[in-house]
Design a protein around this ligand. Structure first.
Ligand SMILES: [Zn+2]
Length: 209
């Protein structure tokens, strides 16, 4: 089952505000962070924090329980590219600050919806997306997470690991990608976190025998 099995049903107050914004020719994605949308953002954040059980949909690490900046609202299809989907319930979730930073405005659809004045419908099938979509895809069928190591099982898993830099722990310490799928490294990584007895430099070099 996808991590999100029920998208948000907005309050009537929020629906009225959304309708107002959609009618406003001056509205654009840069206005998402303005004060008049603060309550709407809080509603979205609170809902998805709850339904996701405080887990980031991309890295599956915990997200913040209280601070807004520790649980940014994520537009799965970037709001900077697709303004039509900025309030789309199936395009929303919450993620961790690092995934938010790395994913940025990368393209996530196979065939980008043509942009223009006519409103387009949000795709409702998994196959429309390059990314592991938290409303449509079961994470474990696409990505194996073993401690801090992420291994792709499918092309969607591969793409998601890439654009969110899920193996960032190893990127940070300078390990090469080729070591990240190494079972011996997984074992060393587990040992590192359970005992602290494996030097980081050992992990970086991949010389663990
Ligand atoms: Zn994350």
């Amino acid at each position: 089952m996808p991590i999100i099995n029920q998208s948000i049903a907005f309050t009537s107050q929020s629906l009225a505000l959304i309708a107002q914004k959609k009618m406003d020719p001056e509205f654009n994605h840069t206005k998402w962070s303005e004060d008049d949308l603060r309550a709407l953002r809080a509603e979205i954040r609170g809902y998805y924090r709850h339904i996701q059980r405080l887990i980031c949909v991309y890295c599956q690490e915990p997200i913040g329980v209280r601070a807004a900046e520790a649980a940014p609202v994520e537009h799965i299809v970037p709001k900077s590219q697709y303004l039509d989907f900025i309030f789309e319930p199936k395009n929303l979730c919450v993620i961790c600050a690092d995934c938010n930073h790395f994913k940025g405005s990368n393209e996530v659809m196979f065939e980008p919806v043509v942009r223009g004045p006519r409103r387009k419908r949000y795709p409702t099938v998994s196959s429309a997306f390059q990314i592991v979509h938290p409303h449509f895809d079961e994470y474990d069928l696409h990505i194996i997470k073993a401690n801090r190591v992420y291994v792709d099982l499918t092309s969607k898993g591969h793409y998601t690991i890439g654009i969110c830099k899920l193996n960032r722990f190893f990127h940070f310490f300078g390990a090469c990608d080729e070591f990240i799928n190494d079972a011996a490294l997984v074992e060393a990584n587990d040992l590192f976190f359970s005992t602290g007895s494996v030097e980081v430099s050992t992990l970086v070099n991949g010389d663990i025998d």
